[in-house]
Design a protein around this ligand. Structure first.
Ligand SMILES: NC(=O)C1=CN([C@@H]2O[C@H](COP(=O)(O)OP(=O)(O)OC[C@H]3O[C@@H](n4cnc5c(N)ncnc54)[C@H](OP(=O)(O)O)[C@@H]3O)[C@@H](O)[C@H]2O)[C@@H](O)CC1
Ligand SMILES: Nc1ncnc2c1ncn2[C@@H]1O[C@H](COP(=O)(O)OP(=O)(O)O)[C@@H](O)[C@H]1O
Length: 274
């Protein structure tokens, strides 16, 4: 009999969901639980929102205002979905000094500098965000989203070199890239399609990758597997009218499907589909 209990399935904290975009953080936290994290904590500042959130998703836990920029009880953080009015120095400190694994997404990416950071980082930019990061960090080239899209593998690898993070460049054929000294790895996702093109779908991906990190996958495997199951969840959903929350809900079965017959997580994911 499995000895799993919620405390052994990992705890994901989500920093974001402020200023009119609470949904982004709720989606990331829900996706983390659907991808198998045992616990998920959010830190919404607004008291009305805290009340509403508990009615909507009683599974989620709430951090106090003092814990908001750190969520110390979590093992892995998602930083950025729906994040506005960020505390810049708190985020810089988090990145520089905190050794926990983290997924940085959306507005959080504006606060990522050239690496290395204190611990494993997975960055999940869409092409617009990747172009903005490259324009800021790459002194050797001028970047815009057309250039990113015209050579996606190069853009992802360059961003990985600059930040020393694993970079997930989203969009059709999502690319995962790592550039660690002389070793460069690039993977291209073969799952996912237009069902994923819906508001908040990227927030769901960030939560899924964080859950796999919290469950003990290495960062590269967590990034590849998270992208794969997120795409699979989209493939198993209606191609029109799917909502981001539907994709989050579909993650649980997608994970079962992707891991069937293997000793998950140690024997999974295979790299066969990348
Ligand atoms: N319910 C909620 O609370 C939700 C909250 N959300 C939160 O909103 C915040 C802002 O995030 P955002 O992505 O909407 O705005 P932004 O970074 O300015 O990007 C737009 C620019 O990028 C480009 N671009 C994008 N995708 C591209 C692609 N595949 N391929 C190519 N280009 C692409 C696009 O270029 P265009 O195609 O228009 O030329 C455009 O210029 C963020 O914190 C997020 O978490 C959302 O998650 C939604 C649900
Ligand atoms: N046509 C498509 N084919 C495959 N994946 C897609 C497609 N359109 C969007 N996606 C995926 O949907 C997600 C959208 O994320 P993002 O652009 O951050 O949106 P949001 O900010 O609304 O969450 C990414 O994982 C992206 O790869």
């Amino acid at each position: 009999m499995s000895a799993a209990h919620k405390g052994r399935r990992g705890h994901v904290g989500v920093i974001g969901g402020s200023g009119g975009m609470p949904g982004a953080a709720i989606l990331a936290a829900t996706a983390a639980m659907r991808a198998g994290a045992g616990l998920a904590t959010l830190a919404p500042g607004d008291p009305e929102l805290r009340r509403a959130l508990i009615e909507l998703r009683p599974e989620l836990m709430l951090a106090t205002a003092e814990q908001a920029w750190k969520i110390p009880q979590a093992q892995v953080l998602v930083v950025g979905p729906g994040l506005v009015n960020a505390d810049r120095s708190a985020l810089a400190e988090l990145n520089r000094d905190d050794a926990r694994a983290m997924v940085w997404d959306a507005s959080g990416l504006e606060h990522q500098d050239a690496g290395p950071a204190a611990g494993p980082r997975v960055l999940t930019p869409h092409p617009g965000e990747a172009a903005r990061m490259l324009a800021r960090l790459d002194r050797a080239g001028s970047w815009d989203s057309a250039r990113v899209q015209s050579n996606r593998a190069l853009a992802a690898t360059r961003l990985a070199e600059l930040t020393r993070a694993i970079v997930v460049l989203k969009g059709a054929g999502t690319i995962v890239a790592e550039a660690d000294g002389a070793r460069v790895r690039v993977a291209i996702c073969t799952t996912g399609g237009p069902a994923l093109a819906t508001a908040g779908s990227g927030d769901v991906l960030a939560g899924a990758i964080a859950a796999l990190l919290a469950r003990g996958l290495e960062p590269w495997a967590a990034a590849c597997a998270g992208v794969h199951v997120h795409g699979l969840a989209g493939d198993r959903s209606p191609q029109n009218g799917t909502l981001a929350l539907d994709i989050a809900d579909a993650l649980a079965l997608a994970l079962d499907e992707a891991s069937t017959g293997t000793a998950w997580p140690s024997g999974w994911p295979t790299q066969a589909r990348y």
